[in-house]
Design a protein around this ligand. Structure first.
Ligand SMILES: *[C@@H]1O[C@H](CO)[C@@H](O)[C@H](O)[C@H]1NC(C)=O
Ligand SMILES: *[C@@H]1O[C@H](CO)[C@@H](O)[C@H](O)[C@H]1NC(C)=O
Ligand SMILES: *[C@@H]1O[C@H](CO)[C@@H](O)[C@H](O)[C@H]1NC(C)=O
Ligand SMILES: *[C@@H]1O[C@H](CO)[C@@H](O)[C@H](O)[C@H]1NC(C)=O
Length: 324
């Protein structure tokens, strides 16, 4: 034992010293903004800058449906999500940096969260490592959000929605209608109209009889799906949609994800992801999309930091040698 120690020690030192100490680069980060926002908005970029400050060397890409900022904002209200998502898939797969990265991280703001989940399920090329969604509508909305008093644009499209959410015109032209979800009051299950007409949500949630196995396989391949709900959210109705929960509109009783069929029968891979420890529920203080710099930095450090530093790897190696 005693005569072996110096040799072991020597090996340890040699191993530690020969391990490069530089931290590997973080994975690129793609951000999908929310309703009424645009890819070149200052506020959005200040979030991206904070991500770079937290994890230096992060390449940030802001998802856009149109290079022109104004058109990109319009596309958050108007368009067919099938086509919008396909465009994003094509853009990421052909991007010179993103397409050559081993993986990317994803951050979805509000509706951008369920759209990024759609990206993972339908395309996932380049593959997503961690997907973080902030106040998203994973189980859809039961009510359209209230428009600001002078937001005539918002009021205009809402007028169109009233009464004809399920028409083909609305389902292929108005974005929020494509994640609107109604339930049968008696059974609490998805309504017939929703299952028949929903152009986006019923499909990506695999709620129809015929399930797409690729969706489940891709979502379960994430390292983590991290869903943040805003504690005092009054914009998203119900806010628990951010955690994939179902709420009874009359009694306000919440059925949490793990008690729902989508989880129990694992329609989209959430159960599988959970079993490997990758399904996370967290909260943010405040109302919808009120984001404090400190909370954001903590989140970036937790989910978008580069892989373990070489020091940690070196220490693991030391431990392995000691155990030999
Ligand atoms: C399932 O989804 C994949 C990925 O989007 C698609 O290529 C495939 O055609 C879909 N399968 C069915 C049966 O719709
Ligand atoms: C949206 O676009 C897709 C692809 O072109 C099309 O198949 C689908 O019918 C459109 N959705 C609606 C509701 O029109
Ligand atoms: C709700 O579900 C019940 C039981 O399946 C059914 O009889 C009823 O027609 C449904 N209601 C609507 C509005 O679809
Ligand atoms: C929702 O709550 C109401 C009021 O408590 C109740 O009558 C109804 O049965 C509930 N619906 C479901 C689907 O549980």
């Amino acid at each position: 034992m005693f005569h072996l120690l110096p040799l072991t020690t020597f090996l340890l030192i040699q191993r530690v010293l020969s391990t490069p100490l530089s931290t590997p680069d973080p994975l690129p980060l793609v951000i999908w903004h929310g309703l009424g926002d645009q890819h070149d908005a200052e506020g959005l970029h200040s979030v991206g800058d904070l991500a770079k400050e937290t994890n230096p060397g992060t390449f940030v890409y802001y998802i856009r449906i149109d290079d022109d900022g104004g058109n990109d904002r319009t596309a958050t209200f108007f368009g067919n999500l099938t086509l919008q998502l396909q465009k994003v898939c094509d853009d990421l797969a052909s991007h010179p940096i993103l397409s050559t990265a081993p993986a990317i991280n994803g951050l979805g703001f509000s509706q951008g969260g369920q759209f990024l989940r759609g990206y993972v399920e339908r395309c996932n090329n380049p593959p997503v490592h961690n997907l973080v969604t902030l106040g998203s509508q994973h189980n859809g909305i039961a009510q359209y959000q209230t428009c600001g008093a002078t937001d005539w644009f918002c009021k205009g499209w809402q007028a169109l929605l009233r009464g004809n959410t399920w028409s083909n015109y609305v389902q292929s032209h108005l974005v929020p209608a494509q994640y609107y979800r109604s339930v049968n009051e008696t059974t609490g299950e998805a309504s017939e109209e929703y299952l028949e007409h929903s152009n986006f949500l019923a499909d990506v949630n695999n709620e129809r009889e015929e399930k797409n196995a690729t969706y489940a396989k891709n979502l379960a391949s994430l390292e983590n799906l991290v869903m943040y709900m805003f504690e005092d959210d009054v914009t998203v109705i119900p806010k628990e949609s951010g955690w994939f929960a179902q709420v009874n509109a009359t009694s306000e009783e919440v059925t949490w994800l793990k008690d729902r069929t989508i989880y129990k029968e694992d329609w989209i891979g959430l159960k599988k992801l959970d079993e490997k420890g990758g399904l996370r529920f967290d909260t943010m203080p405040g109302g919808h999309m009120t984001l404090g710099d400190e909370d954001l930095k903590n989140m970036f450090a937790k989910w978008f930091a580069p892989p373990k530093t070489s020091w940690v790897q070196a220490l693991n190696q030391v431990q392995e040698i000691v155990e030999l």
